[in-house]
Structure formats: C-alpha cells, structure tokens
Ligand binder design. Structure first.
Ligand SMILES: *[C@@H]1O[C@H](CO)[C@@H](O)[C@H](O)[C@H]1NC(C)=O
Ligand SMILES: *[C@@H]1O[C@H](CO)[C@@H](O)[C@H](O)[C@H]1NC(C)=O
Ligand SMILES: *[C@@H]1O[C@H](CO)[C@@H](O)[C@H](O)[C@H]1NC(C)=O
Length: 216
C-alpha cells in the first residue's frame, strides 16, 4: 500500500513536470528573445520564465489553448538581435517588432511560423539578406521590412506567397532585380523604393532576372 502510494506520487510528479515543460516551450522561445535584446524601458519585465505559460506576459497574446498568437513590441526601444527560437511559435499570427533598434540578420527559422499573417520588422537596423524560407509563410498578408540595412537579392520564391497584400522592402540596400511574377504583380515601385542598387522591374523589357552577377 505504501509502495503503491509512492509510485503514484512519483508518477504524478513526473507527469506534471512533463506537462509544464511542454506547455512552456513557447515561453522558453520568447524568453530567448528577452535574453537576446537590451530593454532599457523594461517592457519585458513581466516575462517570468517560471510561469506555466507566457499568456499573462505583457505584449503577448494567446488563443484559447494558451498558445501564442501575437507579439506586440513595436516602438519598444529594444536593441540586440532576433533569435531563431522565435520560429517555434507555431500559432503566431502577428510578429510586430517595428521601430526598434534591432540588429543582425532575420533568422531563417522565421520561415517555420506557419500561421503568420503579419511580419513587421520595419525601421530597425537589420542586416544580411531576406531569408528565402519566408516563402513558406503561406498565410502571410503583410510583409514590411522597410528601413533596415538589408542586402542581397529579393528571393524570387516570395512571389509564390499568394495571400500577400502588402509588401514593403523600401529603404534598404537590396540589389539584383525586382520580381514581377505571382503575387508581386500587384506591387508598385514604391514597395521597392530607395534601394540604390536594385534594378527593375524585370520582365518589362528592360531587365531580365539575372541569376549570376555580383550582388551581395
Ligand atoms: C545601426 O548600426 C550601425 C552599426 O552598428 C550604427 O552605427 C548605427 O548608429 C545604427 N543605427 C541606428 C539607427 O541605430
Ligand atoms: C519550406 O518548408 C519545407 C518543408 O518544411 C522545407 O523542406 C523547405 O526547405 C522550406 N523552404 C525554404 C526555402 O526554406
Ligand atoms: C526615399 O528616400 C527619400 C530621401 O530620404 C525620402 O524622402 C522618401 O520618402 C523615401 N521613399 C520611400 C518610399 O520611403
């Protein structure tokens, strides 16, 4: 009897630990962001990793299953870099990190955010190229990466984003040509303005999409 009780107690402890660990996977992903950035205004002060989930943290919104759907940290004076762990937020729809001072590159892992509707990273100090993996975000409607220091070509795969309504990559240092096929057919030159090395639009008789050539 005493042994059975001990077994039951141990079982309960083990199961509770497992449940808590899996439930807070999203909290851990967000906490990796907290560790990756400097936060002079303490907007992330409520982000306590010991809580069972991140749903009570400020600037985080969850659905009825306590899964993260929104991260609203626009204009929050954050500096530092984005972390690949963010790609684990499978139900994230809105990633709003515009108007901060974020540096470094856009993690390719963000291409794993299969529920994402809006990716707003505009007005930061991001460098590197636009990850082709973003072309896997089939629900994406808003992609605003303008006013950073992004380089390289616009990944042609992005033209397959059939739900894309707003694209803004203006005010960067992109090069190569402007794709015009697929969902890009509806975007005007304004979406691409102020990239002094960017040529195009392609396929209008002026420029062909060049796969070779120097463009970094
Ligand atoms: C962007 O980063 C560069 C290089 O680190 C720095 O000199 C510049 O001040 C930053 N710009 C902004 C707006 O923070
Ligand atoms: C898109 O997702 C598929 C399946 O997960 C993966 O194999 C592929 O590498 C991804 N594409 C890009 C460009 O990352
Ligand atoms: C391009 O840069 C100029 C000069 O900095 C600015 O006035 C203009 O608003 C920019 N265009 C866009 C579309 O951001």
């Amino acid at each position: 009897m005493a042994i059975l009780t001990l077994v039951q107690v141990v079982t309960v402890i083990v199961f509770n630990t497992l449940a808590t660990t899996s439930a807070n996977m999203e909290g851990d992903a967000l906490y990796a962001l907290r560790r990756g950035v400097e936060d002079p205004d303490n907007v992330l002060e409520s982000w306590d990793p010991t809580l069972v989930d991140p749903c009570t943290w400020f600037h985080v919104t969850c659905d009825g299953d306590n899964r993260v759907t929104r991260l609203d940290l626009g204009n929050a004076k954050l500096s530092g870099s984005l972390v690949p762990e963010l790609g684990k937020l499978q139900r994230l729809q809105y990633l709003e990190l515009y108007m901060n001072n974020l540096e470094g590159s856009i993690p390719k892992e963000l291409g794993g955010l299969k529920s994402l509707v809006s990716l707003d990273l505009y007005h930061n100090n991001l460098t590197g190229s636009i990850p082709p993996s973003l072309s896997n975000l089939s629900n994406l409607k808003f992609l605003r990466l303008n006013s950073n220091r992004l380089t390289g070509r616009i990944p042609r795969q992005l033209t397959k984003l059939g739900n894309l309504k707003i694209l803004d990559v203006s005010n960067n240092d992109l090069c190569g040509t402007i794709p015009t096929s697929g969902s890009f057919a509806k975007f005007t030159e304004e979406s691409f303005a102020n990239n002094s090395r960017l040529e195009g639009p392609e396929l209008l008789g002026f420029v062909r999409y060049d796969l070779g050539g120097e463009c970094k």
